[in-house]
Design a binder for this molecule. Structure first.
Ligand SMILES: CC(C)(COP(=O)(O)OP(=O)(O)OC[C@H]1O[C@@H](n2cnc3c(N)ncnc32)[C@H](O)[C@@H]1OP(=O)(O)O)[C@@H](O)C(=O)NCCC(=O)NCCS
Length: 331
């Protein structure tokens, strides 16, 4: 049976920077608070009117096609992970498929909040293992600024906009690609992290807009606590199942939620800091896009055969970990 390998990776970040100084002119905050509590210095924001997650997603996909020399007509399936779809319907995947010219692909969206990348990779892995498809794109596209309340100082420093895409193909050696993963959902987490209105439970009205219910609502401390314990437990579980200790892992790539969360999970795993990939300082939390965006930034350090442990936590609560062996040598 073939394994699903990542055979290419690319990303897109908007040009506009929103740094901590600029935020401190918008809400009652300061660089020192944001740096020590969150670890973010700046984030990118897509300011172009009429452009959403799909716009960033198709740019990441076009770059991926170009860099991997892939004919757009050969792509069979595109899975888009997003919490910031262009429209409530149709899927953002359908927008990206159209704009990137993937004329023979079908696609759909996955909503797994910040765990969207590894959850989508698990789906892609299953298709490859079943022999259904040979060329799949997983794209994570998140215009987080579209649901960030820039009047709420407790959430607005955290998030940034980005998209990242990977090409997923079969490999017959069974020594590369997705080796194992585990996932969990605990719906008790719902009240701690959600957008309260705009869904079918509470459709948009003048009142919901006035009450600012179309933005991220978060109980920061509860989310922090669960993010640390759940990313830790799922990482340990995947390590145990695969007889992996920290010495054998080459790279640990946690969801870039908050630098303190990343450090707390890394410390508890006893993961050496130089194996932990971190780019949140200049990206913010880009939700589903954060893991592939981070890997793309550091891809020149990664070698074929490197063992990578990824873990993510997000709204739902939804979380998990994935063990993957990298299949690309640096250029
Ligand atoms: C949001 C988060 C950074 C807040 O940090 P915290 O240490 O828990 O801070 P608290 O919410 O307890 O607030 C502490 C104080 O800082 C204040 N504060 C909050 N945001 C602030 C800001 N941007 N600037 C300055 N002060 C701020 C609070 O009002 C509070 O003041 P008080 O003590 O006078 O009431 C933290 O809880 C967190 O990172 N949670 C997880 C978020 C996350 O990763 N979400 C995505 C998951 S995928």
């Amino acid at each position: 049976m073939s394994n699903a390998i990542i055979s290419g990776i690319a990303s897109y970040q908007p040009d506009d920077i929103l740094d901590n100084q600029m935020l401190s002119e918008m809400v009652d905050t300061n660089d020192e608070w944001i740096t020590t509590r969150v670890g973010v210095k700046e984030r990118r924001i897509l300011r172009q009117e009429g452009k959403g997650s799909g716009y960033m997603g198709q740019l990441a996909v076009k770059k991926l096609l170009q860099e991997t020399g892939t004919d757009p007509q050969d792509v069979e399936l595109l899975i888009c992970a997003t919490s910031n779809p262009d429209y409530r319907f149709p899927s953002t995947a359908s927008v990206i498929i159209h704009d990137a010219g993937l004329n023979n692909a079908y696609g759909y969206d996955i909503q797994a909040a910040c765990a969207g990348f590894i959850v989508s990779m698990q789906a892609a892995n299953a298709y490859i293992k079943a022999g259904l498809y040979k060329k799949i794109i997983v794209v994570c596209a998140e215009k987080m600024s579209s649901m960030t309340d820039y009047q709420d100082r407790s959430t607005c420093p955290l998030f940034g906009d980005a998209a990242a895409a990977v090409l997923v193909e079969p490999d017959n050696t069974e020594t590369l690609g997705v080796i194992d993963a585990e996932f969990h959902v605990n719906g008790d987490g719902l009240p701690n992290l959600l957008m309260k209105a705009g869904g079918s439970v509470k459709p948009a009205t003048v009142e919901t807009v006035r009450a600012r219910e179309h933005y991220i609502y978060q109980e920061g401390r509860a989310v922090y606590k669960h993010a640390v314990s759940d990313m830790l437990s799922s990482s340990l579980s995947v390590m145990k199942r695969n007889d992996l200790d920290v010495e054998q892992i080459d790279w640990f790539v946690p969801h870039q939620a908050n630098l303190r969360i990343i450090e707390a999970v890394g410390d508890r795993l006893k993961m050496p800091a130089d194996k932990v990939l971190v780019n949140i300082q200049h990206t913010g939390n880009t939700s589903a896009a954060s893991i592939p965006l981070c890997i793309d930034e550091f891809k020149n350090k990664l070698h074929k055969g490197d063992k990578i442990l990824m873990t993510a936590f997000g709204a739902g609560f939804t979380w998990g970990a994935m063990y993957l062996i990298w299949a690309i040598d640096p250029k």
